[in-house]
Design a binder for this molecule. Structure first.
Ligand code: NAD
Ligand code: ZN
Length: 239
């Protein structure tokens, strides 16, 4: 199917990054077996929630900071370099598709990026090291934006926070334009992101799902591979 396809759109979830040392959400030992997510309205409502949210982010920094692209990321980058995949749509926030050599404008991030921060009001960008310094100097109190007083949050999309319009539109256009949609390592339960495989099928594309567990969309797929992502995709890696 990959050989026959003209335009492939890879669509990735946390499963492509577990080999890179970043736990997913829903596998045993995943992030949610340890933490309850902090919804967006709680982040806005209390300084404590902001401190907690930043504390968790820094607790994960060792894993995010050390992570390198997996075999799955490298296989996707190979499809991109070969001109088969014009872009990748990802639910991940770990920046590893960019690190694998895909140009940032061709990584469509549905849930944002956790490797930097933004002011929620004026959109000024802040580096995590700056946030950390300010928190350390203020007894663990998360800083507000020095220029406008807005709250500063990692550039990710929390539950209850609006999806990024431009990324959603581009993801829809890409999904409708492809003839092969490759869903890799997503449990396909987080909406609206989970709607893309179905949208691809309805637009006439073939659908391949690679996941070690079954998903709700397995029955509409043209091919389901229940196996380890790195092992399955490694043959696609072009050196
Ligand atoms: P998920 O945790 O719900 O699902 C991950 C899926 O990948 C699971 O179904 C699991 O069976 C599968 N999987 C894990 N490792 C695998 C492997 N080596 N081989 C084959 N299958 C494997 O993740 P999701 O669907 O992406 O949704 C969770 C949300 O959490 C996403 O929206 C994302 O924003 C966020 N998240 C991101 C990261 C990251 O950036 N790396 C990590 C955790 C969560
Ligand atoms: Zn601001």
């Amino acid at each position: 199917m990959i050989h026959e396809a003209g335009i492939i759109i890879p669509f990735t979830g946390a499963g492509i990054s577990t080999e890179s040392g970043i736990p997913d959400f829903r596998s045993p030992g995943g992030i949610w077996t340890r933490y309850r997510p902090i919804p967006f309205d709680e982040f806005l409502a209390s300084q404590e929630a902001r401190n907690e949210s930043w504390g968790r982010r820094f607790a994960m920094q060792e894993q995010f900071g050390a992570a390198r692209p997996s075999r799955g990321h490298r296989a996707v980058a190979s499809l991109y370099r070969a001109g088969k995949a014009p872009a990748v749509i990802t639910q991940n926030i770990d920046n590893l598709h960019q690190a694998s050599g895909i140009a940032p404008e061709h990584v469509i991030e549905l849930h944002g990026n956790t490797t930097f921060a933004l002011c929620l009001d004026c959109s000024a960008r802040y580096e995590l090291s700056w946030v950390r310094q300010r928190m350390d100097a203020a007894n663990g109190c998360a800083p507000d934006c020095p220029s406008c007083g807005g709250f500063i949050k990692t550039a990710t999309v929390s539950f209850g926070q609006a999806m990024p319009d431009a990324a959603m539109r581009r993801a829809e256009d890409l999904t409708r334009s492809c003839d092969l949609f490759l869903a890799i390592g997503s449990s396909l339960v987080v909406w609206p992101a989970a709607g893309f495989p179905l949208m691809a099928k309805r637009s006439g594309a073939r659908l391949i799902i690679v996941n070690r567990e079954s998903t709700e969309f397995d029955e509409i797929a043209d091919l389901v591979v229940h196996a380890d992502i790195g092992t399955v995709l490694e043959p696609l890696i072009l050196q």
